[in-house]
Design a protein around this ligand. Structure first.
Ligand SMILES: O=C(O)CCC(=O)C(=O)O
Ligand SMILES: [Fe+2]
Length: 272
């Protein structure tokens, strides 16, 4: 049962930490999907300056209404707080019968801070596989790469096409690797992307009632396999991120990070 404030719970946050995204199928109601689609087709999405408070913009438009839905507010509040800033948006389209895929990339990574932006990917119409669906790579968000540095790769084990029904929303860490896919249909494909910056410290913003759930460690230890032997590096990255999110500087999965932090500098006591 979702809470009235629609905040994420700790298991969902752990999934976000491990996978770099959360997916919510058919979240947006049909009439709003249709109105948002029309707004995109008509190219009527206002573009405020980067750094504008989200709460002050798109006040009377279908896309604004999408992002004011209580469920989406809850997701946003859990990840970047109640007053994030608008970074940018894009109406991403792939033309009918456009048979070329986009190169793998990540959007706008300049540094490797723990503080993170989020990107909503909103699919206002049904997106079957032949229409593409943005391809994402689960667990790639801590491999900070510069734009299309990874563009020479074609396919990864475990890659996931966002094949979905209308009204599906994905929210991703800004580091996620992704790419548009070919569209083998006669319809132009639309996907709306919105990037938000936090203005509050990203510390326990979600519903933390289940923070002690023992399943959290297992989720953070997920092996997505495409990184081969380096899965341990990813677990360590997620432990650091979980400490950042929870403020619990002693949190560990097994003994992974504690082992690395063991740097004794006390001289050995000599026998008298
Ligand atoms: O259209 C898509 O599915 C993704 C596009 C994209 O990620 C981009 O152009 O940055
Ligand atoms: Fe992108």
């Amino acid at each position: 049962m979702p809470e009235p404030d629609h905040l994420l719970d700790s298991l969902q946050m752990a999934r976000f930490a491990a996978d770099g995204f959360l997916r919510f199928d058919e979240l947006v109601p049909r009439e709003l999907n249709e109105a948002a689609y029309e707004q995109m087709v008509a190219n009527e999405v206002e573009r405020p300056p980067a750094g504008t408070p989200l709460s002050s913009m798109w006040t009377d438009t279908p896309l604004g209404e999408v992002f004011r839905l209580p469920a989406i507010q809850g997701i946003k509040n859990s990840l970047v707080g109640t007053d994030p800033l608008y970074d940018h948006h894009a109406v991403h389209t792939v033309g009918a019968n456009h048979l070329q895929g986009q190169a793998w990339h990540a959007d706008a990574i300049i540094d490797i801070r723990q503080h993170f932006d989020i990107q909503f990917f909103y699919f206002s119409h049904e997106t079957p596989r032949e229409m593409g669906g943005t391809m994402i790579l689960p667990g790639s968000h801590f491999r900070r790469i510069s734009e299309s540095d990874i563009g020479r790769y074609q396919n990864f084990r475990g890659q996931l096409p966002m094949v979905c029904k209308a009204g599906t929303v994905m929210v991703a860490h800004h580091g996620i690797w992704h790419c548009a896919q070919p569209n083998r249909t006669d319809q132009r494909r639309y996907m709306f992307k919105l990037r938000l910056n936090p203005t509050a410290r990203q510390l326990r913003l979600w519903n933390t009632e289940d923070l002690g759930d023992p399943k959290i460690s297992g989720i953070l230890g997920t092996n997505h396999e495409w990184y081969g032997n380096e899965s341990r590096l990813e677990v360590v990255n997620r432990i650091k991120f979980w400490r950042f999110l929870t403020g619990d500087e002693d949190f560990d999965v097994g003994y992974w990070l504690s082992r690395l932090e063991n740097e004794p500098d006390t001289p050995q006591q000599q026998a008298a």
